[in-house]
Design a protein around this ligand. Sequence first.
Ligand SMILES: Cc1ncc(COP(=O)(O)O)c(C=O)c1O
Length: 445
Amino acid sequence: MNTPICDFIDGYRAAKKVRLHMPGHKGKGAYSRDITEISGADVLYSPRGIILDSERNAAALFNAARTVYSTEGSSLCIRAMVRLCVLYAKKRGKNPLIVAGANAHRTFLSALAFSDAKCEWIRSDSLLSCPISASEAKAAIEKYDPVALYVTSPDYLGNRLDIGALSQVCHENGVLLIVDNAHGAYLKFVGKEHPIDLGADMCCDSAHKTLPSLTGGAYLHISAAAPEEFCEWADDAMAVFASTSPSYLTLYSLDKTNAFLAQNGAKKAEIVAKRVQKLKKSLQKLGFTVLCGEPFKLTVLPKSYGYEGGELAAILSESGVVCEFYDPDHVVMMFSFSSSLADFTATENAFAAVVRRFPITSAPPAIVAAKRVMTVREAMNLPFETVPTDRAKGRILASSSVSCPPAVPILICGEEIDDGAVEAFKYYGIQEVKVVAECDEKEKI
Ligand SMILES: Cc1ncc(COP(=O)(O)O)c(C=O)c1O
């Protein structure tokens, strides 16, 4: 597979021209491959040259009708996907209503705040997972008559939904299926479990999370089965929210990733997946409870070994192993094509050195749906104030108040904070929350 972006940038770097264009570092030192949209370098969201060629390579790899690059992560792609749903609905005179799993990344909420999309939620009692079955999806579709179903799969813990079954239900009912596949780009190369192959109309993949790409590198994939205007609209949908200064270092890495995947993807993925599987078995033998979800992800439930997630992550870190994420009930580790055999050995040794203690039996608070007072868009577009969690009861949540990772909202913006929500905020270490500011009747617009 050719690498048109890398070739252009490497050629420009070698030519040592006087750079009277941005960026201000002028390509000196380590930044020599960092350029801007100069002549010949194409334009990210009106691509006609090297970027379009490279995106076509990516589309061919992922079996997509169109793949558009992001240098601002899946976050940008999520906003674009919601915008595409709104345009699609309006073109057909439909209500731009999306049904979404409540474990959506907080960017989905900002997409709702920036668009005319409405949302109804499918809840689960766990914060990070929302195991939506085909029958639940069908019931929600019959109840709400949405234009799209929006799901997160894999979720932060590595749980996956049956995208094939969801896509069947959606398409039988004339509903689009949109998948946040931020964690699952590599699934294309392990067991062919990528959402585009399983029937999703579009999905976002964070290349930077699981492929050898720089931070920010991501794809918006449009399926051949999606409404045909999506391919035409996709660039514009991204451009509406994107910076006009894309990172060419990130584009370079996406281009290079194509060549890597074309040559090594399936072969290397199998090796990594086998190593992760072996590691999971070894940790289970040591007595750890391991979630067996995604092939490249290792999620350990630390309490059964006598630790909260933060304690276990700190011990592993002292042994030189740094985790992706932890909360009291989980420690999440991510492997990738770039993980070496030594990384697996070090991880196993770090776990083997942890002294087993009596199990901790406390459970996380169940996440219960709260009373909706206003829409996400209304709540996120009102002045807010920050209050200590202890004094937040009865107030309306204005902003998702959760940092990344995992950036999954405990309560949806626009909902009233009740005792259950206060308890959940405190359990997840959230000391203060942003609530809709109280204002005078006279001040209301
Ligand atoms: C499930 C999920 N979706 C979307 C995102 C946003 O992805 P990005 O960081 O590539 O913008 C994240 C980030 O962690 C995520 O976990």
